[in-house]
Every structure is written in C-alpha cells, then in structure tokens.
Design a binder for this molecule. Structure first.
Ligand code: PHE
Length: 462
C-alpha cells in the first residue's frame, strides 16, 4: 500500500481520459436508439435537463470524493463519508464487473465490422449482400464471438496493465482527438444529405404530446450510463488528479463533450436513415440493428465518401468503446491495488481473466448456447447479455448513484465539499449553493423516482 500512487500527467490528460470513459457505446449505440424510440424532440430536451440537473452535479460529487481522498471507490467512500460506505464502493466494483462483461461483446462486433467494411471498401460492395443475415451469422457463431470479444478484452487489459499515465492517459490522448476528427468528417458528410433537415427536425423539435412518462425516466437512467456515473469510475479517475485545476471546469467539459458527441452521432445516423425512402420504417426495433444492420450498407449506397467513412466509422466505435472499457476495468483493478495491496500487473491480469469468463457467457448468449440465450429472469429480457444489461442500467447504476448523491449531500460536511469545489480557479458562473441544493434534493429525488418506477411500476431503462 505504500507504493507511489499513479497520477495523470496533466489536467488535459485527465479530462481526455474521463471524457473517453463517458463517451462510448452509450453515445453511439444506445442514445440514438432510445431517441428514436421516444420520438426525438421532447425526449432530447428532457435528456439535456437530466444531464444538467442530475448528471453534472453527481459528476462533480464523484470527482471531488476521488480527488479529496486519493483513493479508489471503496477506500474513498469509507474515508470521505464513513466505514459503512465502503459497501457502496464495493457495489460499484461489482457494477464494473458486470457492465464490462457484456460491453466487450458489442465492442467486439465493431472490430468485425471494421474488417468487413474495409474489405467492401477495397473490393466493392456486393449487390446481393444481406446485412441482416451477416449480423445474425456474427452473433450466432460462438467461436467468432469469443474471438472478437477476446481480442477487445486483450486491448482493455493491455492498456490498464500499463497504468494510469502509461496506459490509460496515453491511449486517451491519441484516441479522443482522432475520434473527434472522424466524427466531424461523418457529420459534414451527413449534413449534405437530403435527410439531414428531417433528422434535425426530429431531434430538436420538441413535441410534448409524443413523450411518454417512461421516456422521462429512460432519459434519467441513460444519463448515468452515458456519463459513467453511479459505479465509481469517476471517483477512481478523480483520485488520480493532482490538485491544481478547478474540478467544476473539468466536470463541465467532460459532460459537455459527452453530450455533444451523443447529439452528433444521432444527427449522423438519422440523416442517413431519413435519406433512404422507407428506411425509417425498416430500422429494426433494436439498437444493434441501427448500428450494425442498417448503417453498413448505407455507407455504400447513400453516404457521400461512404467508402472511406464506413471503415472509419467502425474504428470510431471501437476506439470510443475502448476508452470506456479501460475505465470499467480500472475500477475493479484499483480496488485490488488499493485495498488488497496487489501489484498492478497481477491485479489487471486476474480481474481481466475473471471478467472474461463472464464475457464468454454473454458472447454465447445470442443463440450458440441455448440456455444462455433463452432464460428469462426478467420479463422481456431474454438471455445472459440482455439480463446483465438490464440489471446494470436499471439497478446497479441508479442505486449506486443514489447513495453517492445522498452521501455527498447529507453525510459529508459542507466544508469537505466546498473546499474541493470552490477555489481561485472556479468559474464565475458556478454557485456552490445551487450545486448543494441539487446534490441534496434534486438529484436524490430524481434517482429515487427512477428506482420507484423500476421496482413498483415495471419500468425498464436498459
Ligand atoms: N459511459 C460509457 C458509455 O457511454 C459506459 C460506462 C458506464 C463506462 C459506466 C464506465 C462506467 O458507453
């Protein structure tokens, strides 16, 4: 435990790493789909309100708990609030374990589609290709699923193995700017398409008649997932910050970047979809469908410069996913380093291997192994993958988030939090009093509403 604790080399490095954690499949895979399902406009507005009113204050709370204690979640919560709160940290470690195990499966698909689209770009897109059938064959082929998610998990383990600044920060410094550049290219291409106007209209024109109450709760649930909140990822990343820059500014930049990228991704996908007659009706009723079934062929049929942008798009998905999976693994690994005094290499390999066992189960739950694919613990959620996703989004993150906001708002002293948030670098618009009101009242009430909806009214946010 006496080993020198790893740190970010600079505030920029930290912000890029934390933004990398936030920006991931949640932005590219989940957000466009739930926006589609909830009819855009009003849903997007509610989502933005949840991000600003719940996500941002909790982001500041997690970062300040991490920075003030310089410990990973279990130790941090014990020290900042009290011994029993270590349980909340342990809950987060478990959440990291379960999210990582299914997340790597989707991330693996992006590798497959990168290679596939690269092939199409080089040799031409075959006229008779059935992208739906291709996807079905990918997910139902157990060995290929294990290979793809295994390759991806190796990338995650390798990065975390090299530590906070030697691995995580280095990768984030390269990936985030590249990711931004690719996304901007895609955005410019999408905005020239015929469907762009309709897409913008769909996303930004609020029509409150179309918003169902469960959409509000869905927006709130998603804001935890997309900002990596509720399981200690931001506590962990915060614990590697040196105390020199304002936490308020860093938290705001991370949240804004995450939100902008989710919106860009949605504009891109919807512009493509609205450009093809009949496509809006066809977009299959799954998130996976939009990203891996509809889009691949459209790159070759309607997207300007699609031959180049297609493979780039799947590289983007893979890079965004990797900067998120490393943060999930880091939560687990930092627990073993800080609380069990394990050296980083051993902690990384042991937790990476243990999680991969569950990744294999998730990878095989798309048909290859029938009991894994078909059991239904929760109504409508079939199989291991869907069940893990359901528990993580509906229970693990909101429950973790509820305790963090209550702990920070009601059990930490005013001085403890004010000292972290207010210093001579704090931006002028920030009001500590407003933050404290949100963290004590608004955020807990909102999160409690999600849980009540899930537990008593059968709502589902996964
Ligand atoms: N925020 C990530 C995404 O949007 C997912 C994630 C959740 C990462 C929780 C870390 C912790 O894809």
């Amino acid at each position: 435990m006496s080993q020198q604790r790893d740190q970010w080399t600079s505030n920029v490095g930290f912000v890029l790493a934390a933004a990398g954690s936030a920006i991931g499949l949640g932005n590219l895979w989940k957000f466009p789909f739930i926006t589609w399902n909830n009819h855009g406009g009003a849903f997007v507005l509610v989502y933005l309100m949840c991000i600003a009113g719940v996500g941002l204050p909790i982001m500041m709370a997690e970062l300040l708990i991490g920075r003030s204690t310089q410990k990973s979640p279990v130790g941090a919560l014990k020290e900042a609030i009290g011994p029993a709160w270590g349980l909340v940290g342990a809950w987060g470690v478990l959440a990291g374990f379960s999210i990582l195990s299914y997340y790597s499966v989707v991330a693996g698909w992006s590798l497959f589609y990168f290679v596939k689209t690269l092939g199409w770009s080089l040799t031409g897109f075959p006229a008779d290709v059935q992208t739906g059938a291709i996807f079905a064959s990918v997910v139902s082929n157990g060995w290929r699923q294990i290979l793809l998610s295994g390759l991806f998990s190796m990338g995650t383990v390798a990065t975390v193995y090299f530590g906070v600044h030697g691995g995580i920060e280095k990768i984030s410094r390269i990936f985030l700017p590249v990711l931004f550049a690719i996304l901007l290219l895609l955005l410019f291409s999408a905005l020239t398409m015929d469907g762009a106007g309709e897409a913008l209209h769909f996303i930004f024109r609020p029509n409150f008649h179309e918003l169902e109450p469960r959409g509000i709760l869905e927006a709130l649930g998603h804001s935890f997932f997309t900002l990596s909140l509720g399981m200690g990822a931001m506590i962990t990343y915060g614990s590697y910050i040196k105390r020199d820059k304002s936490l308020v500014s860093s938290a705001t930049i991370i949240v804004v970047l995450d939100t902008v990228i989710a919106l860009f991704a949605t504009i891109i996908m919807f512009s493509v979809i609205f450009t093809v007659p009949g496509m809006p009706e066809q977009v299959s009723s799954s998130t996976v469908g939009m990203l891996f079934i509809s889009l691949p062929q459209l790159f070759y049929q309607v997207v300007p410069f699609g031959r180049i942008l297609g493979p780039l798009f799947y590289v983007l998905v893979a890079m965004a996913a990797l900067t998120s999976t490393i943060s999930l693994l880091e939560v687990v690994v930092s627990y073993f380093i800080d609380e069990r005094a394990m050296p980083r290499p051993k902690a990384t390999l042991v937790s990476g291997a243990a999680i991969f066992v569950f990744t294999i189960l998730a990878a095989l739950s798309f048909g290859e192994v029938s009991w894994l694919s078909s059991f239904e613990l929760v109504h409508g959620k079939q199989g291991f993958f869907a069940t893990l996703d359901h528990f993580a989004s509906n229970y693990q993150l909101p429950i973790g988030g509820l305790f963090i906001t209550i702990g920070c708002g009601w059990f930490m002293t005013r001085k403890q939090t004010e000292d972290e948030l207010v210093d001579d670098q704090t931006p002028g618009w920030f009001s500590y009093g407003v933050w404290r009101f949100f963290i004590r009242f608004v955020a807990p009430a909102a999160v409690a509403a999600i849980l009540i909806a899930v537990l008593f009214f059968g709502a589902d946010f996964s």
